[in-house]
Design a binder for this molecule. Sequence first.
Ligand SMILES: NC(=O)c1ccc[n+]([C@@H]2O[C@H](COP(=O)([O-])OP(=O)(O)OC[C@H]3O[C@@H](n4cnc5c(N)ncnc54)[C@H](OP(=O)(O)O)[C@@H]3O)[C@@H](O)[C@H]2O)c1
Length: 288
Amino acid sequence: MVAQIMSGLAVAQDVKERVKTAVKDLKASGIIPCLATVLVGNDPASATYVNNKQKTAKELGIATRDHRVAGTFKQQELLELVQLLNRDSEVHGILVQLPLPGHIDEFAIINTINPLKDVDGLTPYSAGMLQNGMALLKPCTPLGIMELFDYYKIALEGKHVVIINRSNLVGKPLLLMLLERNATVTVCHSRTKGIAAYLRQADIVISAVGNRDRFTLTADMIKEGAIIIDVATSRINGKLVGDVDFEAVKLKASWITPVPGGVGPMTIAMLMKNTVSAASVSSRRTSA
Ligand SMILES: NC(=O)c1ccc[n+]([C@@H]2O[C@H](COP(=O)([O-])OP(=O)(O)OC[C@H]3O[C@@H](n4cnc5c(N)ncnc54)[C@H](OP(=O)(O)O)[C@@H]3O)[C@@H](O)[C@H]2O)c1
């Protein structure tokens, strides 16, 4: 068996076309969707992520604000910037690029974002709404993975999904979204004992470790015909890789995402989709 490729590039393009149409419709009704990004410090990877988000937004007709401040920016100053964006009625989505420098309390900053503008889906409010099956804005990476499943018509009901990651960004929201779709979910992490035994039972594996020295998903760990989603990004000799030993695993899996070109493009596309959702909710609130 050779796995079929789940192309994040193709699916993200499809999502972006739909976003472009939604942006046009909103503009026709007098709303210009606007995404504000906030970057603290000059970490090159974070700057690249923000540049890509800004570029994609512009391509889709979404207005942007681009706030870049020094790594020495104080917590109070950042809180005030977020509050300013909360009050700005022209801004519909606020994205604070993570991670933040160590002297800033990340939770305090995220908790300050107006949940209606929480296009990253990471505020405690959004997390609580997700837990209750009522979230409007969901975290972009898990949302992008769900979009991939839907695009490729991969049924989730009754499937055993093993997630390797328990972060607020990836593993925890994925667990909730998969439960909502009636999957049976196992969440593994660095303290899980005998991880391979869980993996070999999985119909679907979603791996997001991001450190090949600590973990590599090899062909002997999966069952024949499993579906493999590789979320991770790390570098080996400068080359972008995920967690998965792609060449060997693709000979045993039924579907697989590549790195790059898999989950990565989906994350940005879903951020754009969330921005448009936030803008349309704000337009309904204004007209109500
Ligand atoms: N493509 C995208 O758009 C996208 C978006 C988000 C994240 N990512 C990538 O996904 C990866 C994870 O991101 P994150 O923010 O969730 O990072 P994170 O918070 O560091 O999470 C890594 C997870 O891997 C677990 N882990 C570490 N070593 C392990 C091991 N040997 N065996 C099993 N589990 C192990 C950790 O367990 P503990 O909880 O016990 O530490 C943790 O749950 C990174 O590579 C990141 O770049 C990609």
